[in-house]
Write a protein that binds this ligand. Structure first.
Ligand SMILES: [Zn+2]
Length: 1135
């Protein structure tokens, strides 16, 4: 295999490989240039354009007025949930520069007065304190997972087992199952048993039970759920218990998705910690430290209670009460040679100081109690990687027990009960005293701390930091998901089709069974990367590289597994199943390098197997790499040739000349694939130049000596602005920048200003880093493209337009920094023909080039999304949240995470930007939406990692842009002032409004972008001609409105590296809006009696809790499955 550069990507030799696109059968797709003053068709059109749409393919489409005929089940109206606390509204109204900023502590006289009043209130229940020893173990941060385990974590877990045995009143909690698994695998059964005993006694609690404590901003729903399943399954199998409470104390802000998952997994309570300092004060003022976190849409109230820790962080300094200076002296850790702010105040409890110390401590606890109505206090006792020495256990236990005993024995003085306990003890206790728990919707982004410098620091940089890694994780997710589904389907299919004749495993079954261990590792490697210092990009560079290597290894294994599974299904001759005949068309070679693509050839690679990993039919664009232009594509399932085009690769030579390659081509074709179906396409030798693209380029050369035999027609560009056109859209591109400036929806006769800009914020040194985003307000935004605008504008040698029967695109180069492509498709598909594809290939070059640069892509439109702009972001690809700009604070406090999309809208129009990875986004000015692409800060931002971010890698960013009409006028939003209520009990007079959802097109495109078609080339170089099945479908009559999040084989209970016959099928019913956009073939979510897996018998089907720990009921068949809109549900299938 040879490396293939993505189209238009500058290579190390400053060469550019550029692919080309299509001219739509020469009929309705053209590019032409017009004068900049007029957007209408000018006389200098390069291709013929009649503007009438004559010759257009018949279009499948209905109009909006036919909406009424849609079944209500397909278009349920989802209302906004009405709750006590709507975070979006309250956040906008905060006082962001409170008077206590300098002192860093919100505890003021009013808090102190209330505390004094309450402690003298005899009607108040007695103070109850639960002190929870804990150790926060990051599975990678300053050191790798393995280094931390060897260096500290294994000792910590050993100490827990030993010291809890020694001290019967001591308790502990443990959260990261990745570490517990590492310890378990290396521990003697006697030690394992001792740990299980502590759990049984309720002294050691497994909190959350995820593989890691996941980040909540950058993570995607699949990976979040998957790592919870992995952790929970481990806990149930090895410890025989179900986690009951959650512990998420170090993630940088909190979202609504993790609480949803934990609630659906059967947890009863969970603890959160890092939220904006203004939220801390707001909740404390109102005595709200517990709430029900409900989803934004109408849904039943969760069972799980969420508890917010009232002060800054989870270390002892911030957990014993409101005064860090006091709390520091209650950290009794004393290790010889160790000096820190707490060792300086170290003072053991003695008979002499017992009374005074106990009094001081209990008063701090009482102050925490005064922030609640129930007067029960949860006090975490620990810090990062604490308790690695037995002497720390001794010191904390002995000193605290002295005080606890003294306090408990002197009720007449202290009127309090104090003990060690667990998170579950806390939730059990508060349930007895809590009444009227308020409901809350929204989330706690952006997180800001104040305690470091006494100035607000906004944690909105990590939404974008290290985009290469964030993308890699999503690609890994896609290939893991495909491997999971194929493994489950094929392994059980083979087993069931064999069982009548033989009990022995076939070679394919053995191969799959053997690779199951790698599937487990892939789940765990992807799970590990969801950690709040991994996907966030906030670990040291060598740790990031370690994560990257792990993801690469698992990508490799997932691809091999997909190949083995499909070989067993698609190649009828079992003798060939041990050979590598099916080869993934893409290959991740090593960490940091671009993806390689396999080349098709007439000699031995002329068949391609495509697999649609979605449980929904799709029409999609497939791009293969070819060494010849003389091809056509035959769909063996439908027995017909498909629409295709041949696109040249364009290299850029050192002298700046563009050279059209005569050995590398892209073959782009359209494939329609049923749900979970693999289908074979033949590549046939065929000469037909009408499928070759036309290249418009002022500086291009073809290598063929004989010009007449050139593969592609090249033409010069005409002066003036540039238009790209297909059946639905006309795009106007600014000739001076090469960026989009206007979109014309032809059938609606509407023109929209859609101005794309690339720019950058200059980072404030030492205030912007891996975690934090802070632009330098003394310097304006940078014209980051200026140093790269070196082309000859007279000749437009930075622009190439390529047009063919499938697509038309323009590529603009600011080499080597940016290659920007805008593409539209000439496809008879209502979604693909209306969407605009945007691709940015970004190369920051070696540092210190582009230092302190936070690169964004900005889209300025005429959409009136409010004078105080509002926009919508997805949350973890699962739900959606309205964001309202806060004028009082800067851009850094108005950045929000997205993982799949963001949109802005007014009464007429919605613009949606879809993305393929997690990044920061904002709507800071009316009509504007921007996303951050990459960041480079030379210096650390003082949040612990101790490094800047300079390891930027060449990264390809992909987006879809949709401009759609709004059907229903939006309800005017209430002003934030009206909604801001100061009382403890408040019922914001919120009108019942519609929960805003993505359009049908956005929802579908987003799924297609997340889970592209998997392509495999049949390599017959070693075996000669082979027979290949034309197709295999795995699913029949599955409702297209239901997304199969995963279908994941469950590991055997006793043989822990082997698959069982059971699997979890996690289903999601994604919401979409029926009133936005023009697509009206809405999707049913109803299971039918004919819904089934093809060739697979289901022996048993039960509904279970989300992570599979609790069994609800047995179903008679798939037709019994029902999901509410937006719901996520798991079923256990025994095949
Ligand atoms: Zn952490």
């Amino acid at each position: 295999m040879r490396p293939r550069f993505p189209r238009c990507r500058p290579s190390s030799t400053r060469m550019l490989a550029l692919l080309v696109l299509v001219l739509g059968f020469g009929i309705y797709c053209y590019y032409y240039a017009s004068s900049p003053t007029s957007y209408s068709k000018a006389g200098n059109a390069i291709a013929n354009e009649d503007g009438t749409g004559k010759g257009r393919a018949p279009y499948f489409r209905q109009k909006n007025h036919q909406l009424a005929r849609v079944m209500p089940e397909q278009c349920p109206v989802i209302k906004e949930n009405i709750v006590d606390i709507d975070t979006a509204v309250i956040y906008s109204a905060f006082e962001f520069q409170p008077s206590w900023l300098r002192s860093k502590e919100f505890w003021d006289k009013s808090f102190e007065d209330r505390y004094e009043r309450l402690r003298n209130d005899s009607s108040r229940p007695r103070l109850k304190v639960i002190v929870v020893p804990h150790s926060h173990n990051d599975p990678g941060w300053l050191k790798t997972f393995e280094q931390y385990f060897e260096w500290k974590t294994k000792d910590i877990i050993n100490n827990i087992v030993q010291k809890l045995h020694q001290y019967p009143n001591m308790t502990f909690i443990w959260t990261e199952i990745s570490f517990l698994n590492a310890w378990w695998e290396r521990s003697h059964p006697v030690k394992q048993k001792a740990l299980k005993k502590l759990i049984k006694e309720g002294r050691l609690e497994i909190t959350t039970g995820g593989w890691v404590m996941p980040d909540e901003a950058c993570t995607h729903i699949y990976s979040l759920v998957d790592q919870f399943i992995e952790g929970h399954h481990w806990v149930k199998t090895n410890l025989g218990i179900l986690p009951k409470t959650g512990w998420s104390i170090d993630t940088f802000g909190h979202g609504a998705t993790v609480p949803y998952i934990l609630d659906k997994s059967g947890l009863e309570g969970t603890v959160i910690q890092r939220i904006h300092y203004a939220w801390k004060q707001w909740l404390a003022q109102r005595q709200i430290e517990e709430f029900y976190w409900t989803p934004g849409w109408s849904a039943e109230k969760p069972n799980m209670i969420v508890h917010n820790q009232p002060f800054d962080i989870y270390s002892i300094k911030s957990t014993c009460g409101p005064h860090p200076s006091v709390c520091l002296s209650f950290d009794f850790r004393k290790i010889p040679g160790e000096y820190s702010e707490y060792t300086a105040r170290h003072e053991d409890i003695t008979d002499q100081n017992l009374h005074s110390k106990s009094k001081t401590l209990i008063e701090e606890y009482e102050r925490i109690g005064s922030l609640t109505t129930h007067n029960i206090v949860l006090v975490p006792l620990g810090d990062d990687f604490r308790y690695e020495y037995g002497v720390e256990f001794d010191a904390q236990y002995i000193n605290y027990m002295k005080m606890f005993n003294y306090i408990n024995e002197h009720k007449e003085i202290f009127n309090a009960d104090v003990s060690f306990g667990t998170t579950q003890d806390y939730f059990d206790m508060i349930k007895l005293r809590l009444k009227n728990i308020p409901t809350l919707k929204g989330d706690f982004f952006v997180y800001s701390d104040i305690f470091s410098e006494g100035k607000p620091a906004y944690w909105s940089g990590y939404y974008t930091t290290r985009p290469y890694m964030k993308l890699l994780a999503r690609q890994c997710e896609h290939h893991l998901r495909t491997a999971e589904i194929l493994f489950t389907l094929v392994f059980n299919y083979l087993k069931q089709s064999r069982s009548q004749h033989s009990v022995r495993l076939t070679a394919s079954e053995k191969k799959l069974e053997k690779s199951y261990e790698q599937l487990i590792n892939a789940r765990r490697n992807l799970g590990l990367f969801q950690h709040h210092d991994a996907i966030t990009g906030t670990s040291k560079v060598n740790v990031m590289n370690d994560y990257g290597t792990k993801l690469f290894t698992s990508l490799y294994h997932c691809l091999r597994l997909q190949e083995a599974a499909l070989t067993a299904i698609m190649i009828p001759d079992p003798k060939l199943h041990s050979q590598s005949i099916l080869q993934s068309e893409v290959e991740w070679e090593t960490f940091g390098k671009p993806v390689r693509k396999l080349q098709i050839s007439f000699v031995d690679k002329k068949k391609v197997v495509l697999f649609n990993p979605l449980a929904e039919e799709r029409t999609d664009i497939i791009t293969l790499m070819s060494n010849t232009t003389n091809v056509r594509i035959y769909d063996t399932r439908k027995k017909r040739y498909v629409q295709y085009q041949v696109t040249p690769n364009v290299d850029i030579r050192k002298d700046g000349k563009h050279v059209i390659s005569d050995t590398n081509f892209d073959v782009m074709f359209i494939a329609t694939l049923p749900p979970l179906t693999s289908a074979t396409y033949n590549i046939e030798e065929h000469i037909n130049k009408s499928n070759h693209c036309v290249v418009y380029c002022n500086n291009c050369e073809q290598l063929k000596s004989d010009k007449k035999k050139s593969n592609f027609i090249t033409k010069k560009m005409m002066p003036g602005d540039i238009q790209l056109e297909n059946s639905e859209l006309k795009l106007l591109v600014n000739r001076n920048t090469g960026f989009l400036r206007q979109v014309h929806q032809k059938d609606m006769k509407r023109k929209h200003v859609v101005e794309v800009q690339m720019g950058a914020y200059q980072s404030a040194q030492r205030h912007s880093g891996a975690y934090l985003f802070m632009p330098d307000y003394d310097a304006p935004e940078k014209n980051v493209l200026h140093p790269y605008s070196t082309w000859d504008s007279m000749h437009d040698d930075n622009i190439i337009i390529i047009s063919g029967p499938v697509s038309t695109e323009i590529t603009t180069m600011y080499l080597p920094f940016l290659v920007h492509t805008v593409r539209i498709y000439n496809v008879d598909d209502p979604i693909l023909s209306r969407a605009i594809y945007i691709e940015n290939i970004v190369d920051f070059e070696n540092p210190p080039k582009n230092r302190e640069t936070e690169l964004f892509m900005r889209i300025q439109t005429g959409i009136q999304n409010g004078d105080t702009p509002e926009y919508y972001t997805d949350q973890n690809g699962f739900q959606y949240q309205k964001r309202i700009k806060v004028d009082k604070v800067g851009i850094e406090a108005n950045y929000y995470p997205i993982t799949t999309m963001a949109w802005i809208q007014d009464d007429d129009t919605r613009l949606t930007l879809l993305t393929d990875h997690a990044q920061g986004s904002a709507s800071f000015e009316p009509g504007r939406l921007e996303v951050m692409l990459d960041r480079r800060t030379l210096y650390d931002d003082f949040r612990g990692v101790g490094e800047g971010v300079v390891d930027n890698k060449l990264t390809t960013f992909q987006n879809w842009l949709l401009i759609e009409s709004m059907d229903n006028p939006r309800k005017k939003r209430a002003t934030s002032e009206q909604m801001y209520v100061k009382e403890r009990h408040f019922s914001p007079d919120e009108k019942s409004t519609i929960y805003q959802l993505p359009s049908r097109a956005a929802e579908t495109l987003s799924k297609m972008m997340n889970y592209p078609v998997n392509a495999f080339i049949i390599d017959t170089s070693e075996v000669g001609e082979v027979q290949v099945k034309s197709y295999q479908s795995f699913l029949q009559n599955f409702p297209p409105g239901i997304h199969m999040l995963t279908l994941r084989t469950i590991t055997d209970d006793s043989l822990e590296q082997f698959p069982s016959a059971e699997s979890y099928m996690v289903l999601h019913r994604p919401g979409y809006s029926c009133s936005v956009g023009d697509i009206t073939d809405f999707k049913s979510s109803k299971f039918k009696s004919k819904t089934r897996f093809s060739g697979l018998h289901i022996r048993n089907l039960t509904s279970v809790s989300l992570t599979g720990l609790q069994t609800y009921k047995t179903l008679s068949g798939l037709e019994d499955i029902q999901l509410e809109p937006m719901e996520l549900k798991t079923y256990k299938i025994r095949f």
